[in-house]
Design a protein around this ligand. Sequence first.
Ligand code: HEC
Length: 633
Amino acid sequence: MRVSIQHSEPGTIEGPRTRQPALLLFASALVFGLAGSTAALAAEAGGEAVYAQYCASCHEQVSPRIPTREALTKMSPARILRTLDFGLMMSIAYPIKRNEREAVARFLGKGKDEAALPASAYCKADRPIMSAASLGNWTGWSPSQDNTRFQTTERAGLAAADIGKLELKWAYGFAGDVIAFAAPTLFNGTLFVGSAGGAVQALDASTGCVHWIYQANGPVRTAMTVAEEGARKTLLFSDQNGWVYALDARTGKSRWKKKVEEHEATRLTGSLAVHDGVAFVPAASWEETRAIDPAYKCCTFRGSVTAVRVRDGARVWKTYLVDQPKKIGTTAVSTETYGPSGAGVWSTPTIDAVRGLLYVTTGDNYSHPATATSDAVIALNLKSGAIAWSQQTTPNDVYNSSCGSRGANCPEDNGPDFDFGASAMLVKTADGRDVLVAGQKSGMVYALDPANNGKLLWQTRVGKGGVNGGVQWGMASDGRTVYASVSDVVRPAGTMGAAPIGNALLDPEKGGGLTALNIADGTKVWFAPGIPCAPPRPGCSPAQPAAVTVLPGAVFSGSMDGHFRAFSTEDGKLLWDFDTLKNFTTVNGVPASGGSLDGAGPLVAGGMVFVNSGYPRFGGMPGNVLLAFGVAK
Ligand code: HEC
């Protein structure tokens, strides 16, 4: 079923062509053609030649999505090798031989090797794991399965009057990383958090001491979702390479590990949802960017949800959100094209136990034919995975990264790249109704009726929207109000490629903003505009792409300029502001600094507030720190 929803202010939607400056991402990234000619040279000449052949075309260019060469040199050779072997560059590294990998890692990496953590970083016997009262928990992407990112005063352990008194209690550094993107989880006094280096750590929430560290195969940005079966506590999460893991929360030992999606471009970003002994794994992919190579046969990845048994990882069902792709034609440069493709699920599924449904939100199609399941909110049957209904908000959004430079793989009539990156929230209103609320990169927020096949209840524009605009990673709701922050990052037209570093292009005055909407009808209650960077400096952006969090009295929102702020739920007034853009002394002895706040949002529980800082994508600033705040005594 497909119901097309009208944008309320279509005039403010940017057309595909005008967005091009933001899309030049991979304009000159066409290394692929060079491969044969210089391969022998690279093997002989060592790291510099390998870099020139396989890396420079991306890392030397100004692009919002690519860390600069300078950012890479801060990493250790071992860390870069890990990135090539089973990290974010794995697919780029496929054709690169072992000795070449080692050579380029040595050539680039000037950072220190990650020494083992000092013994002083580990918890002493007087701090046993998961020994605190279970009151203040936050057990996945959201404290509850409705994905509202709402914490009660009791569970938060913070009254509204406490917010202004928050101070830094401790900082923890992610060894060797330039990004801190994993959503933290708190369970009975223990904080569980992944990292780009694939290290999953269990930390004491009040002191930051380490209980255990588990090394995953790939970068981990999902939250650890806690599944409880009596005394048996299992942490479920996935990595960016397609693996799903179950760990014994107490020991950090693996219970099982399974690859749920075989497509080589798979990228698992949304956290797992768990219900009744079954975990639901959302899948998205990198394939959208593969398409910049004119020789790449675009596209074959299909967004999906896989249901697996918590106990042993056995598959219960798997639902693809588009049909099996077929050959559909050839491009202007005679590369075969395939479709349908895309409709990736970037966010955490939402559980509706009452209706027996699982709600997911999807991204765009990468190739034709367009499907009714892209840029949609979709309800799946919890038991069977069958699609119960689907509400598409942006039809015909066929887009891939080649469109930035109108490359051969870009469809003639490409769409606006208005993915959903945020979960749908199942909000229980004061009058006992359920409302499903979803925010999109288009800058629109939609309220759907879960009791009536997702029928549209209201829609409100909260931002301009764009490829890196609108609602990116998550909203929050306390049942009365919906809090939606937007990115709406602005790169002045024509500046792409002009500055030596990618983040020098962001507008320091424009972007960001937090809107409070009445859950009943979507009317605006208040609007807190983005706070311009002070002092204004190129490369700093007030954009607020990170997921937000609410507790009675305060909404927490991070911005790309590194500020972490709390706003009053009553009127949007600024209550508290902490600038994370600095170096921190860490409890684990790892040198760490803050950067942009993006992706996963803050966690509030048990009298403390936790947030990651560092996100050098989309023009953001690197950082590798986890910060823990508590009320000043
Ligand atoms: C096609 C473009 C492209 C090429 C070619 C490329 N990279 Fe990257 N690289 C990226 C992008 C994009 C990211 C950021 C990925 C992300 O964080 O989403 C990145 C990130 C990285 C990171 C940081 C990963 C992390 O875990 O934080 C390292 C290290 C890296 N690249 C090394 C290399 C090396 C070494 C080469 C050459 C062998 C290379 N890259 C070639 C696009 C490229």
